[in-house]
Ligand binder design. Sequence first.
Ligand code: OGA
Ligand code: MN
Length: 280
Amino acid sequence: MAVTVTPLSGALGARIEGLNLRHLPHGDDLAALRRAFLDYQMVVFPGQKISAGDQIAFCELFGAADSDYKAPPQENDDYRKGVMLVSNVRKNGVPIGNLPDGDMQFHSDGAHRDSPYLATTLYAIRVPSEGGDTLFANLYAAYDALDDATKARIEGLRVHNAYILDATSRDEEAREGGTLREAEHPLVRRHSETGRKALYVNRLMSRYIVGLDEAERARLLDELIDQVERPEFIYAHKWTEGDFLMWDNRCVNHARTDFPAEETRLLRRYTISEAVSAAA
Ligand code: OGA
Ligand code: MN
């Protein structure tokens, strides 16, 4: 069956059909997939039935598969290699994974690290009957839509990001016992493969713009955070079990809507980092 690529919205995203991800894509299929990932920034493969091993192998087509959060307590092959589950399922009152409950503000995975994740993959195992949508925002479009004066003003500036691991809102700053991670990055980020400029700022993690005085940097930061959340740049994904998604953290922010606490939400997550060459 031929691979088909269907755009999902005017903002970003495409649905890819005709691939069974239990088998690694290769040749023309893989080339079409790489092209779609760069062109649409986020791709959805519906109707998949994949193991953790399949997911890791897929991730390794693009870089190094990793996951730096806690491993779930159950020990079986499907959960090897430090998988991160995104789930509100609890065992003895303790979440089996991360980011268990409710909504989550816009962010880009790994923006609190010196080496942010290139991409993130999520595989939907159980989803609630309503809510728990993942929203994706196009950071190229957000940059392109800035006026020339603002583009000139922010060129070369850096943004300071801070994140308490597993927080879903920036107001959790003071959370007891949390692990804080911080990193600085260019506010205008040039994509390593497409060469396009993305407005690399987000509500959950971005704290201040380096080098500007306090009043000016607060005003500018607020303005840019609002810019990357404009509705015309956003696609809302309603999950179906069996959906496998991959998005490009270099040019996409994402967020989550609230969902009923009494319903189960379980997704399996691996991030992809740029592979470190053996010679390095
Ligand atoms: C993530 C994340 C959003 C969601 O796994 O990095 O932000 O919809 N998940 O659960
Ligand atoms: Mn995330």
